[in-house]
Design a protein around this ligand. Structure first.
Ligand code: COA
Length: 278
């Protein structure tokens, strides 16, 4: 908490500050230089109504940011949150959550009550932040959302994404903002898993998924560190991508949505476990 309180979150609109944001992007997306947004595009975008919040350390260094803009998607008015990033040395101190909560407050001031963004279903830490800490929900799965040309984004994996819907005035989101996230209530002992994680030649890999489960809560295993797997065992990483691609939309079609994400400590296993519920 000490480190968090020394950080100041500021709404920024000056070109000089956007250079700082570019520096953060270089550290956060170190392996994907093509995702970086140029300072002058951010400047133009903010002049047109985009919102950029920077997290500043006491020495003036920007250590994180969140970037969103208003628009319409599928008939709904919303802010689309394009980027959230915290540099590695400042992670796990609550900054990502703090930036999102300030983003929520700023968006609400404009009268907009919905914020959406995409996240990779294999990035369990992001799911944890979005679903548990922020109270976002998702029932939309995009296959290869941004294309996989030259492996520019996901290191050669198809860029599948979930669309997060953050309903800013929903009681669940208000409770999250007040630090009281609602957790799914189910009996861990009776939880049916859509597939198992099994070791294949020393590497943990998902078994064939079962799409016929009918329980109110269904568990879905996600490895804790997909990024390492992408480079060390790309075939296994692809297998995770394809099994999750089959499972999540398969259950979305039956009316399930993603409502919780257990950390390895909570799931008493080496993996994260997502909870689907209907
Ligand atoms: C995602 C990211 C912004 C999170 O930033 P952060 O400052 O480390 O996040 P916080 O400390 O605010 O943590 C937010 C929540 O996620 C959880 N979390 C964060 N890192 C975690 C980890 N390694 N393992 C388990 N949970 C984790 C925290 O427990 C916290 O939840 P809680 O409040 O319920 O405990 C940061 O990891 C990052 O920049 N990643 C790369 C860029 C990226 O993927 N951005 C897209 C985000 S959708």
């Amino acid at each position: 908490l000490g480190a968090k309180t020394e950080i100041e979150i500021r709404k920024i609109d000056k070109i000089i500050d956007f250079f700082g944001i570019t520096e953060v992007q270089k550290q956060v997306w170190i392996n994907c230089p093509l995702v970086i947004t140029s300072p002058h595009l951010v400047k133009v975008h903010v002049d047109m109504g985009a919102l950029v919040l920077g997290a500043y350390a006491p020495d003036g260094q920007v250590v994180g940011f969140v970037y969103s803009f208003p628009g319409h998607r599928r008939g709904e008015q919303m802010h689309w949150s394009h980027m959230l990033g915290v540099i590695p040395d400042h992670r796990r101190k609550g900054l990502g959550k703090l930036l999102k909560l300030r983003q929520r407050a700023e968006i609400l001031k404009t009268g907009i009550e919905l914020c959406s963004w995409t996240f990779d279903p294999l990035q369990a830490v992001n799911a944890r932040l979005n679903i548990v800490a922020l109270g976002a929900r998702t029932s939309e799965y995009l296959v290869d959302a941004y294309g996989s040309e030259g492996g520019y984004l996901d290191g050669g994996l198809p860029t599948d994404r979930l669309v997060a819907k953050w309903e800013l005035t929903h009681p669940r989101v208000v409770e999250c903002a007040e630090g009281r996230p609602e957790r799914a209530s189910f009996s861990p002992r009776d939880l049916q898993m859509a597939y198992q994680a099994e070791k294949v030649r020393g590497v943990v890999s998902p078994s064939k998924p079962d799409l016929s489960l009918k329980d109110s809560h269904i568990g879905l295993i996600v490895p804790p560190e997909i990024n390492g797997l992408k480079s060390s065992h790309p075939k296994t990483a692809l297998r995770w991508r394809l099994v999750v691609r089959q499972t999540i939309p398969g259950y979305f079609e039956k009316g399930y949505s993603l409502v919780d994400c257990l950390t390895p400590r909570e799931s008493v296993s080496p993996n994260f476990v997502y909870i689907l519920h209907r």
